[in-house]
Structure formats: structure tokens, C-alpha cells
Ligand binder design. Structure first.
Ligand SMILES: *[C@@H]1O[C@H](CO)[C@@H](O)[C@H](O)[C@H]1NC(C)=O
Length: 270
């Protein structure tokens, strides 16, 4: 867990980070639609101006709060030091670990959740191509690791539940990946010019072909797109191409136990 070790070493600095009240936080479990949401938010903040949103890579436009690389690659905190508020900050931290300054300063927080099975499939392929994270191992074993939270950033179940339980008290905008997909179904005539543009610019195909968003700006020794591209499919329901019926049943039974204390309206097909 090379990358995670660096995070642990710098934890006191990360935890002490104090945002400006004008800063915004985009929080997600990995592979739940983070890059997509970042692009949508950036376009909204720039009134749909495509060129403005290509001013820099996703990593440089949205400091990744907790990320730490071996020097000289700048950490999230390094980027934040050199950027003036208002900033749009990315995190994968579980809610308990989000620096308390975000809550004290009442920063706007957007959380995006994706159904467990698609999130798992996406994470599996991401762990194959991301050389800074532990290799996923065989698919069958990966399902077990995911169910037990033995993956980077921990349990999906706790992550989505803990933000859900706090969403009203802490004024978190809790969105679903699947709902974002459905936005593209709204007939053109019902959307304004700007929202039409944003839907088009953030389609899967446009995101995949956008060199400032498709993560080819990360060196190949870290992200190897020849194993699996960062922008792989971006669909709802791809899990059906991975889970056998027996795996799906086993996963669902465990899911019912782990999610028994909440009623989060996830959907696994649209
Ligand atoms: C990233 O975008 C560039 C420019 O459009 C494109 O040539 C490349 O194929 C994309 N890479 C991946 C892995 O999607």
C-alpha cells in the first residue's frame, strides 16, 4: 500500500487542513463518478465554457486533499497551498476523517454514490491499471476483499452509509451516479443552452477523449491505460457482465446484512 503509507505519514497535516468557507468539497468512494462530477461542477462554475475547463488537468484543477506521492510530485496539500479560494477539493476520505474545518466553516459538500456492484467492478479494473495500489488479484477473491473493506479507502458500505446518515445535519448534497446518467435522458428541448452543453461535454465519450480529464496526464508507471483505461465504460449495469448468478446471490445476501440499518435508494440498472 505504497501510496497509503505516505498518507499515514502525513496524516496530522492532512487532518489539520483548514479550508476557506468558500471552498467546496467533492467526496466520493473511489470509482463512484468523481472525475465526472468534478467536470460537471467545473463547467457549472464556468458557465459551460469548455476552454476554461481545459486550462489544466483534473488533478491540477481539483486538489486531492489526502493524496501524498513520493517527492517531488506535489501532494494535495502542496497544490492547496498554491491555490487561492474558492477551490473545489476532492476527497475519498470516509466522513469521520474529513478535516473538521470543512464542517466548522460550513463548506458546500457534494457526495456522489454509485451502486455497490458497478462500483466494485470499476474498482477492480482500476486496481489492475493503478500501479500505486495493491493489485486486485483474481476476480473471485476481489469480491471478498471488497465485501470486507480490504481495499484502499476501506469499506464501501461504511462510506456510503456514514455520509448518508449525516447528509441532512451537515447539509451534504447526496447524489447518485445513476441519477447523473439519467440526466442525459431529459429531452434537449427541456434543457437550457448551458445545461445542454454541459450534458454533451460530460458525456462518456467526451470525457474519455478529453486529455485534461482522461488521466493520461498521469505517468504510465502509475496509471497503465493499456491494462484498462481510466475511462473504461461509465455505464450502469456493467456488473451483469462480471458477476456469475452465484456470486451475485452471495453478494446480495451479504449486502442485505451490511446495509440493514439504512434505506439508501440505490439502483443497479436503469
Ligand atoms: C485521452 O485523450 C486523448 C486525446 O483525445 C486520446 O488520444 C486518448 O486516446 C485518450 N486516452 C484514453 C486512455 O482514453
Amino acid at each position: 500500500y505504497g501510496k497509503l503509507n505516505y498518507i499515514v505519514q502525513k496524516w496530522s497535516n492532512i487532518s489539520a487542513f483548514c479550508p476557506d468557507p468558500s471552498d467546496m468539497l467533492i467526496a466520493t468512494y473511489p470509482k463512484a463518478g468523481t472525475t465526472w462530477t468534478q467536470e460537471i461542477v467545473d463547467l457549472l462554475l464556468h458557465n459551460g465554457d469548455e476552454e476554461a475547463c481545459k486550462r489544466a488537468s483534473t488533478s491540477d484543477r481539483f486538489p486531492f486533499l489526502e493524496i501524498q506521492y513520493p517527492p517531488p510530485i506535489p501532494s494535495g496539500l502542496d497544490l492547496l497551498k498554491n491555490m487561492k479560494p474558492p477551490r473545489v477539493i476532492k476527497t475519498h476520505l470516509p466522513i469521520q476523517l474529513v478535516p473538521k474545518g470543512f464542517w466548522e466553516n460550513k463548506c458546500k459538500v457534494i457526495y456522489v454514490a454509485r451502486n455497490a456492484k458497478d462500483n466494485l467492478v470499476s474498482y477492480y479494473h482500476f486496481d489492475r491499471m493503478n500501479q500505486a495500489q495493491p493489485q486486485p488479484g483474481p476476480w473471485e477473491e476481489y469480491i471478498q476483499k471488497f465485501m470486507r473493506g480490504k481495499v484502499a479507502w476501506g469499506s464501501w458500505y461504511d462510506h456510503v452509509k456514514d455520509y448518508w446518515k449525516e447528509r441532512e445535519k451537515r447539509n451534504i448534497l447526496y447524489l447518485f451516479f445513476e441519477d447523473l446518467k439519467k440526466v442525459a435522458w431529459v429531452p434537449h428541448a427541456f434543457r437550457s443552452g448551458v445545461s445542454n452543453r454541459i450534458v454533451q461535454l460530460t458525456s462518456f465519450k467526451n470525457m474519455r477523449d478529453n486529455p485534461m480529464a482522461n488521466y493520461t496526464f498521469i505517468p504510465k508507471i502509475m496509471f497503465d491505460h493499456s491494462i484498462s483505461p481510466f475511462m473504461r465504460r461509465g455505464e450502469v449495469g456493467d456488473w451483469t457482465n462480471h458477476f456469475t448468478p452465484a456470486q451475485s446471490q452471495m453478494f446480495d445476501e451479504d449486502y442485505a446484512r451490511q446495509m440493514a440499518d439504512v434505506d439508501i435508494p440505490f439502483c443497479t440498472s436503469i
